[in-house]
Every structure is written in C-alpha cells, then in structure tokens.
Design a protein around this ligand. Structure first.
Ligand code: FA5
Length: 341
C-alpha cells in the first residue's frame, strides 16, 4: 500500500506538471479527488482494511500525499491563471439582459407656457429681460409711484428682508419696468418673465410664490388701442381659440388709466367655482398706460413718449390653459400631476 501511495503521488505530480488549460486541470483533479472514482479516494478507503499496527503510519502518509497533490494542483491553477467552471459561472454577466431604460423628464408646464409666451412676444419685436428676485424697496415700490406712506402698499403684502438696503422679495415683475427704462431708454419693447412672492393666505388661486410676465412698450403715440391689440394677440397665441375677456377699470399707482383684463373662467365655463371665487371671471392681466411719474423715474420724457404696461399672471394662465383647478398643484412636485403635461 505504501508503494501504491508513492506511485500515485509520483504520477499525480507528473500529470499536474503536464496540465495546459482549465479543462485538463479539471480532468486531473477529478482523476485523483473524485469521491467515487478518484484514485486517492479509493486508496484512502482501503486504509481501513489494513492491519491496525500499520494503519496510523499509512494514514499519515496518505494525508501528506493528499496535501502535496492538493497544493500542486492549486499552484498549477495559479500559474496558469485558471478558473474552474463554478468560478466562471459566478463571474458570468449576461450582456444581453435588458436594463431599465432612462426615463426622460420634461419641462414643467410653467416653463412650457413661459417659452410659448416668449415666442409670441419675440414675434412682435419684444426683447426678453430678467430682473432680481431680491429687489430694493425703491424699485419694487418707490419708483413705481408708491411712496412709503401710500396706502397702495397694502395691496401687495410683502416679505421684507432685514437689511440696511431695505430689500424685499419682489411682489411683482413691475420693478423691471424702471430698470429697463434706465438701461435702454425709449423706444422700448420688452417682457420680463419671473417669480414673485407675497405673504398670502393660500387658496385655489393664490400662492405665496407665483409667476408673472411683465410687458412694457414705449414709443411715440402709444395708446390704449395698441395695448388691446397686443393683449388680443397674446391670448390668441396662447389659447389657440376664442376666449371671452372683459376690460374694467383697475387701480395701480404706476399706470393711468389702469385696467383689469379678466378672462371668463375656463374651469367652470363662467358658472362660478372655487378658482374664480364663484364670479365666473378670473383676474389675469392687469394693465394700463405708464404713469408719467414712472417714465420720469426711468429717465424718459413723458411729453415726448408714452407707453403701456401689463403684468400677466402666468401661473393663473397655466391653470386656465390646462384646466387646473388648484394653483397649489403646480409647485407640489407631485409626479402624478406633472407627468400629465
Ligand atoms: C400686479 O402685480 C401689477 N404689478 C400688475 C401690473 C403691471 C398692472 C403693469 C399694471 C401695469 P396684481 O397684484 O393684480 O398686479 O397681480 C397681477 C396678476 O398676478 C394677477 O392678475 C394674478 O393673475 C397674479 N397674481 C397675483 N397674486 C397672485 C398670487 N398670490 N398667486 C397667484 N397669482 C397671483
């Protein structure tokens, strides 16, 4: 038996040395270690039949040889950088498997409508302007003919910022009127899309943060007829159908005369609902002829030039365009709502 063990060892080491690839490696491993037919396994089984006095010596020798062959096999595997079938299976990557596709987002309905409005106004020769959201008290109120003592300040409940420069979160986009006049002078045509803030008790049509688009046109002999023509062009471009509007007098210290352009509520068709506060009409587009004082603040001579201005409530326009019955949905970040646009 001792001779047999030594023969197996010699043969095994020879076999192992001759291995060239993973297939051969596995064949040799099976030849010696297979539980049923492996040569070492068979011999180890036979040890239990030898006499008791020889058994410990032979057992120890068999174990030593087993370890030597195991080490030689492991060394060969490392030398050839081989992987067994089960290892290969573990590393297998199915490159044909479908991965989850990227879900492309889209523009928020507010942004979509803002871009549409910009296109409409660009086609009429208006430039697109920007202005600061954190605005000075001067541009937000003073330069718009609303001095600090004026009761009209109550019309727009404001977030004041504690600062020596008297800053406010702008309550409307109108401050850019005077900024634009100072920068570009007359004649001028421009719109200012942007975010505004008010200290509001929110409801179906009022948010603390909402969007407006200011419009300003200054030239020689500008009249209310020009104002109405531009408003009609704007509503036709956005709604792509006839919508009923009404013009009524409205008070804003920075226009004279001033108007409110209301749109018949498209949510209830004019019957009355929570969005139009049961009136059937929704205040959408305050406007008017620029007050001479405001032209002066902008450095423009009111005896030579005149102009109109408007402050479109873009968030409410979006509600009317898409039939949204609660303004708060627009800033909710709820994908079930947003994915509909
Ligand atoms: C103004 O803000 C004036 N600056 C508009 C203006 C500009 C008048 C130029 C004349 C000339 P008013 O406070 O009405 O006006 O707001 C204008 C529009 O903004 C409203 O018609 C409404 O559509 C929208 N709006 C006002 N407050 C809110 C609010 N809390 N939530 C949503 N939309 C609002």
């Amino acid at each position: 038996m001792e001779i047999n063990l030594k023969k197996i060892k010699a043969q095994a080491l020879k076999d192992i040395q001759a291995i060239k690839d993973s297939k051969e490696w596995q064949k040799i491993e099976k030849k010696y270690f297979s539980r049923k037919s492996g040569e070492l396994a068979k011999l180890l089984k036979d040890i239990k039949d030898v006499s008791e006095d020889l058994r410990p010596k032979l057992g120890a020798l068999a174990n030593e040889i087993k370890i030597e062959i195991t080490n030689a096999l492991a060394q060969k595997k490392a030398d050839l950088d081989l992987q067994t079938e089960s290892e290969l299976e573990k590393d297998f990557i199915d490159v044909t498997l479908e991965i989850e596709k990227y879900k492309l987002g889209h523009l928020h309905p507010m942004t979509q409508v803002q871009y549409e409005l910009e296109d409409i106004f660009k086609s009429m020769g208006f430039m697109i302007l920007d202005g600061p959201e954190l605005e000075s008290d001067y541009y937000n109120f003073e330069a718009l003919n609303i001095p600090s003592w004026h009761p009209a300040r109550d019309m727009q409940d404001t977030f004041f910022i504690e600062s020596k420069d008297k800053l406010v979160l702008r309550t409307h986009t109108s401050p850019v009127q005077v900024r634009a006049m100072q920068k570009y002078g007359a004649p001028f045509r421009g719109v200012v899309p942007g975010r505004c803030f008010r200290n509001e008790a929110t409801d179906a049509s009022h948010e603390h943060t909402f969007y407006q688009m200011e419009g300003l046109m200054i030239d020689k002999n500008i009249s209310i007829a020009n104002l109405i023509a531009v408003m009609k062009e704007l509503l036709k471009g956005i709604f792509k159908r006839d919508v009923e509007v009404r013009l009524r007098p409205g008070y804003f210290p920075f226009v004279e005369p001033g108007f409110e352009l209301d749109i018949k509520c498209l949510i209830c068709g004019g019957k009355g609902c929570s969005v139009c506060k049961q009136t059937g009409w929704l205040e959408l587009l305050p406007c008017g002829m620029v007050h001479p004082n405001v032209l002066k603040y902008g450095g423009i001579d009111p005896d030579k030039w005149s102009g109109f201005a408007f402050g479109l409530g873009t968030t409410r326009l979006v509600m009317m365009k898409y039939g949204i019955d609660d303004i708060r949905l627009l800033q909710s970040g709820d994908l079930r709502f947003l994915n509909q646009f």
